[in-house]
Ligand binder design. Structure first.
Ligand code: F6P
Length: 323
């Protein structure tokens, strides 16, 4: 069936770069003479028919805007078969033959369910957690990492002046990709991620001890939220040393802000590719990046992939921390 009218939505946690991606979907679709509708508030919008027609102007000046102009949500109703059927009937009623969904793995599981109801679906990875197994890169990761790096650099100034220990909690849900990247970039004393069991004495106290032996008098401990709470870790450091750690939970600030150039360009390429895939008669695909290039994988297969953290990250961390 030829593609005529597509819908685009953002779902799950927002990520900087979602807007450039929506813009690319809209402009590529219009370039090919397709109609394109924005579905607002994630999968909920498809259940309730919360759609808006998009044209060239509707996405003007959005390439540099954080958040998502389409709003986003985590839809409980869409997790049910009844919700999925309602969404499919909205598509049929409105003549939407294809849906492009930008989000994380929960978003793609929703897309897969919708495809079983006869709708073409394409997924685009957008999450600051960067935890989608089939792609190296997820939209939003670069901006979030740079935001966290900027914040921690600022913290370091005051930690250095007061000769203190800082414990910073970074987002990432169950994954440590963001924390690891940020920890390496700020030259942390220690980085704790859920991908590796934490031995508190070895991974925190010994790192602080080594840093002190090496003449340092302030310490930056970066903790992925999935590896533990910054408050609890600070408490344990307080108990085990003479330090009075200060805690910073970076929180949702990491999800906001103007998308970086890398996020804008990748989001634009991914949005473009999603429409091209539909034009080529493909469905049930996730657009992804592998070895720097844009490619696509079967959605069901892509969802089974687990990325894992690279060994070099732990090796580099071991060589760089505690000194
Ligand atoms: O998945 C993105 C993310 O920001 C996670 O890093 C975090 O654990 C979660 O969303 C927070 O969700 P909410 O915005 O619903 O508090």
């Amino acid at each position: 069936m030829a593609v005529k009218r597509i819908g685009v939505l953002t779902s799950g946690g927002d990520a900087p770069g979602m807007n450039p991606c929506v813009r690319a979907v809209v402009r590529t679709a219009l370039y090919h003479g397709l109609e394109v509708y924005g579905i607002r508030r994630g999968w909920n919008g498809l259940i309730t028919g919360d759609v808006v027609r998009l044209d060239q102007k509707s996405v003007s000046h959005t390439i540099n805007r954080g958040g998502t102009i389409l709003y986003t949500a985590r839809s409980d109703e869409f997790r049910t078969e009844a919700g999925q059927k309602k969404a499919a009937s909205t598509c049929k009623f409105l003549g939407l033959d294809s849906i492009i969904a930008i989000g994380g793995d929960g978003t793609f599981r929703g897309a897969l369910a919708l495809s079983k109801q006869g709708i073409n679906v394409i997924g685009i990875p957008g999450t600051i957690d960067n935890d989608i197994g089939c792609t190296n890169y997820c939209i939003g990761f670069d901006t979030a990492a740079n935001t966290a790096i900027e914040c921690i650099d600022k913290l370091r100034d005051t930690m250095q002046s007061h000769e203190r220990c800082s414990v910073v909690e970074v987002m990432g849900r169950n994954a440590g990709y963001l924390a690891m990247y940020v920890g390496l970039a700020v030259g942390a004393t220690a980085v704790l991620v859920p991908e590796e069991d934490v031995d508190f004495e070895r991974d925190v106290i010994e790192k602080i001890r080594q840093a002190r032996f090496n003449g340092f008098t302030h310490y930056m401990i970066v903790v992925a939220e999935g590896a533990g709470s910054a408050n609890e870790i600070a408490e344990k450091i307080r108990d085990a040393t003479d330090l009075e750690p200060r805690v910073t939970v970076l929180g949702h600030i990491q999800r906001g802000g103007v998308p970086t150039g890398r996020d804008r360009v990748n989001a634009t390429k991914m949005g473009y590719t999603a429409v091209e895939l539909l034009m080529a008669g493909k469905t049930n695909r996730i657009v992804c990046t592998l070895e720097g290039g844009i490619t696509d994988v079967d959605m069901e297969e892509g969802l089974t992939k687990h990325k894992g953290m690279q060994k070099i990250e732990f090796d580099v961390l071991a060589a760089m921390t505690g000194i």
